[in-house]
Design a protein around this ligand. Structure first.
Ligand code: PGA
Length: 251
């Protein structure tokens, strides 16, 4: 049975004071033993602080990005998977649409980042999703298949047992426009079917998160869909009350 996962992507938001408050509020509001996996993804410079702050709580910590290079070296500005593990991360987001659109993360590089994460024991959350223009011209499923093809080319069947996929329609991110539960379910079922072509048990165990303007008010109906196994939450994850309500909806 797949356990649901709720992941809070804090993006490039916050400072020492606001993050300290958010961590304290999360500890106060989230149950000590939630029936769902929960993780938060602070900006990298605050990761160590959040790991310390959440010690003893059920909330895991992850990073928003990782370098695709395997070894230490001359990669100015980058952070390796080994460093993230060393700092207390358990997860890492790869291929977020903001990184694909603004920082040149190609399908191939995203797959390499996932590979490096797995090599160090981090669980990658691999994001895929179509733009509004792609949805309008009817190429949504084609785009998703192409993004995942690059992942299939690089990861082994064993690797794929330790990944999470997040379907995030680009037009729904930060816009307040959520995919309807049936629009999301259609793509989630398609993603699971692609994995099933590789390996049926793998596909059954794969967690596929929905992301794009998830909030407490719409989480329940999204998470009730057969192939939606939790959410990747941006804006609403900066509000502890809202985020904990979303976690409850995933239980
Ligand atoms: P949003 O962001 O919830 O603010 O739409 C989701 C994401 O980018 O992961």
């Amino acid at each position: 049975m797949r356990s649901n996962l709720v992941a809070g992507n804090w993006k490039m938001c916050g400072d020492n004071a606001s993050i300290e408050k958010l961590v304290a509020n999360l500890k106060a509001l989230l149950p000590a033993e939630p029936a769902v996996d929960i993780a938060v993804f602070p900006p990298s410079v605050y990761i160590a602080r959040v790991v310390d702050g959440l010690a003893g709580s059920p909330v895991a910590v992850g990073a928003q990005n990782v370098c695709e290079q395997p070894n230490d070296g001359a990669y100015t500005g980058e952070v390796s998977a080994a460093m993230l593990v060393d700092t207390g991360c358990r997860y890492v987001i790869v291929g977020h649409s903001e990184r694909r659109a603004m920082y040149g993360d190609s399908n191939e590089r995203v797959a390499q980042k996932a590979k490096q994460a797995l090599a160090q024991g981090l669980m990658p959350i691999i994001c895929v999703g179509e733009t509004e223009a792609q949805r309008d011209d009817g190429s949504t499923l084609e785009v998703i298949a192409e993004q995942l093809q690059a992942v299939f080319a690089v990861l082994s069947a064993e690797d794929m047992c330790s990944i999470v996929v997040a379907y995030e329609p680009v037009w729904a991110i930060g816009t307040g426009k959520t995919a309807t539960p049936s629009q999301a379910q259609e793509v989630h079922a398609f993603i699971r079917a692609l994995f099933a072509k590789k390996d049926e048990p793998l596909a059954k165990g794969l967690r596929i998160l929905y992301g794009g303007s998830v909030k407490a008010a719409n989480a329940g109906e999204l998470f009730a869909q057969a192939d939606i196994d939790g959410g990747l939450v941006g804006g609403a994850s900066l509000d502890a009350q809202e985020f904990s309500a979303i976690c409850r909806a995933a239980e």
